[in-house]
Design a protein around this ligand. Sequence first.
Ligand code: COA
Length: 315
Amino acid sequence: MRIIGTGSALPKKVVTNDMLAEFMDTSDEWITTRTGIKSRHVISDENIEDLGAKASRKALDMAGMKPRDIDFFICSNVVTEYMTPGLSSVIGELLGLTCPMIDINCACPGFIFSLDIAESYYKAGKVKNVLIACVEEPTRMASWNDRSTCVLFGDGAGSVVLTAGDNIMATRLHAEPAADKIWQKRKLVSTPFITKEETEFPLQMKGRDVFKFAVNACCHGMDEVLAQAGISKDKVAYYMVHQANQRIIDAIINYMGEPASKFPVNITDHGNTSSASCPILLDECNRKGAFKKGDILAFSAFGAGLLSAEAVIEW
Ligand code: COA
């Protein structure tokens, strides 16, 4: 497939580190040094589905397509107010889509998992035009009393439209299942038959374990996916790495021995927007005119699961 449209949308409320320091025991200095984050966009009176629809309309406009032209819609999302229907259906209705649509919950690498699914369906001859929307509100997951997690996240949506082409050169999906590294539990409705004890708690994270997994998975994943695509590092124009933490990105730059200028970042004013991170970064770079035709982009993302994924794309 080939990406022919990108779009993104962010909540209007911007929360700076200093604003956080007004109601929790933290500081701009701590957050900036440990994460590189200065501010993040946070949902206030918006609905996340509206941001998903807005990002998707921008991607459709750039692609010169109407909703009826799309024959498959993949929505990547971790948490939404809707338990059913899937967020794809909620956004699909707003957009006026009539094609089949599915939700995936692959946490932060959800965009690359979606690319892999789109490419596989395309190669199987089932689809031609695919819309992917990564639509996330992780600020609704972490406890705002837990300074070690809530400062890391921001909300937003990023979309792409793909059509027939041979620009996805390789994808690689990876899993090291461990539910106790990043997780959140909610209680379902009780029934007369439930005898087990159930608990509900906000997002929990073993930050240091996740940090190590992220650096390891990205570095090895990049080596593997580039080998699979037959591309050497010097041919890569940009490494589009999940914007989780500047220190994670710095460690990856260090291990890969590639110039920092090849790693675009927007973590400073977005925080970690989960699976929306890569497509938001892609859209921002694209709209700034950062890419030229033929540029090789290497994507990598990692997160809960633990899951990670990479993709090599010719622009
Ligand atoms: N402000 C001030 N102090 C804070 C703080 C905050 N927002 N959050 C934690 N601290 C404190 C801790 O309480 C601890 O204090 P103590 O030594 O008195 O107990 C101290 O800072 C060090 O905490 P620690 O958790 O060991 O820090 P760290 O260096 O591991 O950094 C993370 C924490 C979360 C920034 C880091 O582990 C990380 O980036 N992990 C990856 C997270 C991630 O990206 N997850 C998403 C992946 S998709």
